[in-house]
Write a protein that binds this ligand. Structure first.
Ligand SMILES: [Zn+2]
Length: 256
């Protein structure tokens, strides 16, 4: 019973936080200050009141339009709020209310923002990656079984960064164009730190599958140069690892 009670409040909290992260992502894309400043309607500039800022509910009540100028509000608002709330629920049922849950939530928040930014401008903000590193370092003393495990994760992060850099340079040479962005390489390094050597191998494999799915779905929208945002695919793979990581590791070692 208590679990359902927490899950309920966590869902509400998740929509509010999803709304905040979506707003942060949009402000990063526009190069605005994303801590200060009140929320305004993007088309008429009317300052939004508390009533307009209730996640999902406001959007439904106003039929997806601004209450002041009746401009259409993107489906992106309720969708991001819903997706983030559901993502938090997944983490809650996997970890309960623990330090590991706090760390995983923080990483998921970073992945969420960087995916939204990457989808829009094909860039992965360093701030998101740095926040992910800090979240790992803060929670590691509680989640790592030993100091040795911690240093193995640090090594995995460094090795992943170097390997991905070399791989991307080789691929650039073969393909005669940029294969993987610098942001993607740094993101892989961050996830090497979070998931360790075995984890990052599985994660890389998963992200390629997600990337291929993503490209086939968005084929018409991708630019002629074949550039597409890889960040969301990597982020999705990382989230799968957060939830099903242990099972996937078992499965991986059975095949080894
Ligand atoms: Zn408006």
């Amino acid at each position: 019973m208590i679990k359902i009670y927490i899950a309920f409040w966590l869902f509400l909290f998740g929509t509010v936080f999803g709304s905040f992260l979506n707003c942060a992502a949009m402000r990063i894309v526009r190069g605005e200050d994303f801590i200060r400043g009140r929320s305004r309607c993007r088309s008429c500039g009317h300052e939004l009141r508390a009533m307009d800022l209730i996640p999902i509910v406001s959007w439904l009540l106003s039929h997806g339009r601004c209450r002041y100028c009746k401009a259409k509000l993107s489906l992106r608002y309720p969708l991001t709020e819903l997706v983030f709330a559901v993502a938090l629920e997944g983490l809650f049922f996997r970890y309960g209310i623990t330090v590991a849950f706090a760390g995983a939530s923080c990483l998921t928040g970073c992945l969420f923002v960087l995916s939204l930014v990457d989808l829009e401008i094909l860039e992965i903000p360093d701030g998101c990656l740095l926040t992910g590193v800090i979240a790992f370092c803060v929670t590691a003393p509680f989640t790592m079984e030993s100091a040795k495990a911690f240093f193995l994760h640090v090594a995995a992060g460094l090795v992943t960064g170097v390997v991905m850099l070399v791989l991307s340079l080789v691929m650039d040479g073969v393909l005669q164009r940029e294969s993987m962005g610098g942001g993607d390489i740094k993101l892989f390094a961050l996830l090497g730190l979070w998931f360790g050597f075995t984890g990052i191998l599985i994660l890389t494999f998963l992200s390629c599958i997600f990337g291929l799915l993503f490209v086939s779905v968005r084929r018409r929208q991708t630019e002629p140069g074949g550039i597409f945002p890889f960040g969301p695919a990597i982020a999705a793979a990382a989230y799968v690892m957060l939830i099903f990581g242990d099972g996937l590791r078992d499965w991986y070692f059975r095949f080894l």
